[in-house]
Design a protein around this ligand. Structure first.
Ligand code: ACO
Length: 377
């Protein structure tokens, strides 16, 4: 039975995109187990798979990648918004949300809400999102925006903009794995938001703008930054127990642990743990990775002690933090990097909803007062 609170266990859509089995700890993306797809696919391949239902052949992949590359230039209106946001040092998620919303201004057919027009909007969004976040990061940190480099992949382009140099292929591989891991995940809060907006016959830009807003919160996409901050603050494995007990005593939640659907370990955590281990091995310093493992072990033991029977396990965000730190990103930008990868999944859901739409409109149960009389105090 669905629970009224938080719509737990309610089924609100049929999808061909991904299947989450929270008891078996399995995630299937368009037929592929996550463990098969994420370590091997580029982001472009995962995106094509979601949008077309099958992996591309070499020519299809080239055409798809070329199309994305031809759309990376940001319109002036988006650059203006980013400059204003940077002047106020606004969070990157806010800048992304506002810049995405401006893309309506340069839309060639703003009144046309056909599937075809929205497919074209989806490609625009995917092409521009890494450039928005990458260049916003530069502007916010007092650096000039860079022109995207035509020859780079989506992951390569993003890392180039952030670091100002063509990235190490290992870093690109790690980001492709990360984005392929998080590209889609059933009817999570942001994807649900995108589908609800779409169900009113609204457009792709509106749905993605709303989804970014939903992802921003710390209970959803905002967790990896605080998860990494916690590991750094703990500093040494022997500090973990006291630090975490103190958090519980103050009624705080451990970021990167617990999940509405997974009652066993989130399979995305394993894929990203392996990706981060490779990065730290290559860098020749495993100390942060070893510390994170020790923190995780202590956290799981104390979660069981403080919240017995709730089955609170490591979620995707804990190892997201390590992968993104390993490729040289700061915790402040983590949620936006998540959003850039998830835009592909949101867009796939928007198109799927459009193809077979019915207004999403649940009921509420009124529990307020009744029988009041106008004028009576
Ligand atoms: N730390 C401490 N306690 C927790 C945690 C946590 N991370 N997660 C859940 N609990 C506790 C709650 O306090 C509650 O305890 P109670 O029954 O004594 O009141 C119990 O477990 C159940 O919690 P709910 O909030 O009902 O569980 P829900 O399914 O709504 O929450 C959520 C899922 C929001 C992810 C939660 O586990 C959480 O807040 N985790 C930390 C934030 C986080 O990592 N978010 C990223 C999720 S992954 C993603 O969105 C991509």
């Amino acid at each position: 039975m669905p629970s009224v609170s938080g719509l737990e266990n309610a089924v609100a859509a049929e999808t061909n995109l991904s299947h989450v089995d929270g008891l078996a700890g399995e995630l299937i993306i368009a037929g592929y187990p996550l463990e098969e797809l994420a370590p091997n696919a580029t982001y472009e391949q995962s995106l094509y798979l979601l949008w077309h239902g099958q992996l591309p052949d070499a020519q299809q992949l080239k055409d798809f990648s070329d199309q994305i590359k031809s759309l990376q230039q940001l319109p002036d209106v988006a650059m203006y918004v980013l400059e204003q946001a940077a002047a106020k040092s606004l969070p990157t998620m806010d800048a992304l949300r506002m810049a995405v919303s401006t893309l309506s201004v340069t839309d060639p057919a703003p009144e046309d809400n056909s599937l075809e027009s929205n497919r074209a909007r989806a490609i625009q969004l995917v092409a521009k999102a890494p450039v928005i976040v990458g260049n916003y990061w530069r502007m916010k940190n007092g650096q000039a925006a860079l022109e995207p480099k035509e020859e780079l992949s989506q992951a390569g382009q993003f890392l180039y903009l952030i670091h100002g140099e063509v990235p190490d292929p290992e870093f690109v591989r790690a980001l492709d794995t990360y984005w392929s891991t998080i590209i889609d995940h059933g009817l999570n809060a942001s994807t649900f938001t995108a589908r609800v907006i779409t169900s009113t016959e609204s457009d792709m830009f509106s749905a993605i703008t709303g989804a970014i807003g939903a992802l921003k919160g710390p209970l959803h996409g905002g967790a990896p930054g605080p998860a990494l901050d916690m590991v750094f603050e703990i500093g040494k494995p022997e500090n973990a127990e006291a630090y975490i007990r103190n958090m519980f005593d103050n009624g705080e939640r451990l970021m990167g642990f617990g999940h509405r659907v997974y009652k066993v370990r989130d399979p995305r955590a394993d894929v990203l743990a392996q990706a981060s281990e490779r990065l730290f091995d290559k860098a020749g310093d495993r100390s942060l990775y070893e510390l994170a493992l020790a923190v995780e072990k202590t956290a799981l033991r104390l979660l069981e002690e403080y919240k017995p029977g709730r089955n609170l396990q490591t979620n995707v965000e804990f190892y997201t933090a390590l992968v993104l730190h390993g490729i040289g990103l700061k915790s402040e930008i983590f949620s936006s990097v998540f959003a850039v990868g998830r835009i592909g999944g949101w867009a796939a859901h928007v198109l799927e909803q459009m193809e077979n739409n019915r207004l999403i409109r649940p009921k509420s149960e009124y529990v307020g007062p009744t029988g009041r009389t106008w004028g009576a105090t």
